[in-house]
Design a protein around this ligand. Structure first.
Ligand code: FPP
Length: 240
């Protein structure tokens, strides 16, 4: 079966799960799984760019991940910093816009500064929007939006009657992005884990047993092919 380029998703979101389990199976410390995970992420980013899919969101660090051992968190920050240092030229060359969704201010100052710098340098690009979910949680995002809207209502800047889906979206991290069409989760877990919960109301899900460090371009194409076979009804009746 061949991919139909006219029917590709506009936004793919990925929960890159299973790094730790993969490493354990090899008898290696968890961080090796994350290291391999970064390499896989780079390949999938390139493939997404080659296919011309406009938006890719990667769940790289959740709000809940702060509960992990301190050494693992520190090692993840180091990987992220090295990724940003090494990839900036590549992002520029491929005209990829790098964007963070989540609470950047939760991160140490040096990580925050690097993220902001790469965001600033690449903000003019549009060949691909590479969205990295960092210290991200869907419930926290919804609550933050609600609080901001309530503050505006209190100051009489927004009238209650104006609060609708369109307005609400403007207060989400994803305000400039389309909803994900396809959400992929690796490692056999079949849940959404607080990822883009508002935005994924009509998203197609694809779950695979493959752990993220073993996720290949072929596996990615399988997910895209599966997406192309779905009939998306958005709550309406489909006319055959
Ligand atoms: C899940 O594996 C993965 C994470 C918590 C995020 C780590 C993500 C990467 C290393 C890729 C980051 C990409 C870039 C480009 C910086 P897990 O530890 O939850 O695995 P487990 O469920 O097997 O324990």
């Amino acid at each position: 079966m061949v991919l139909e380029t006219s029917k590709l998703p506009k936004h793919v979101a990925i929960i890159m799960d299973g790094n730790g389990r993969w490493a354990k199976k090899q008898g290696l410390p968890r961080i090796y799984g994350h290291q391999k995970g970064v390499e896989v992420a780079k390949k999938i980013i390139t493939k997404t760019w080659e296919l011309g899919i406009p938006v890719l969101t990667l769940f790289a660090f959740s709000k809940e991940n702060w509960e992990r051992p301190k050494e693992e968190i520190t090692a993840l920050f180091e990987l992220l910093k090295v990724y940003l240092d090494n990839e900036l030229e590549n992002l520029k060359e491929k005209e990829i816009c790098f964007k963070v969704i989540g609470d950047k201010e939760d991160f140490p100052k040096d990580v925050q500064e690097k993220l902001s710098l790469v965001e600033r340098i690449t903000e003019k690009y549009n060949k691909l929007i590479l969205c990295m979910a960092l210290s991200y949680g869907g419930r926290a995002e919804i609550l933050k939006a609600t609080r901001q809207i309530a503050e505006r209502v209190k100051k009489n800047e927004i009238d209650l009657i104006e609060i609708n889906e369109e307005l609400f979206r403007k207060f989400l991290y994803t305000k400039d992005l389309p909803d994900p069409d396809l959400l992929i989760r690796t490692s056999g877990e079949m849940r959404i884990s607080n990822f883009l919960i508002f935005q994924s109301a009509y998203t197609e899900f694809y779950f695979t047993e493959v752990c993220w460090p073993e996720f290949t371009e072929e596996e990615y194409l399988k997910a895209l092919l599966s997406y192309q076979q779905r009939i998306r009804k958005f709550g309406r009746v489909y006319e055959f």
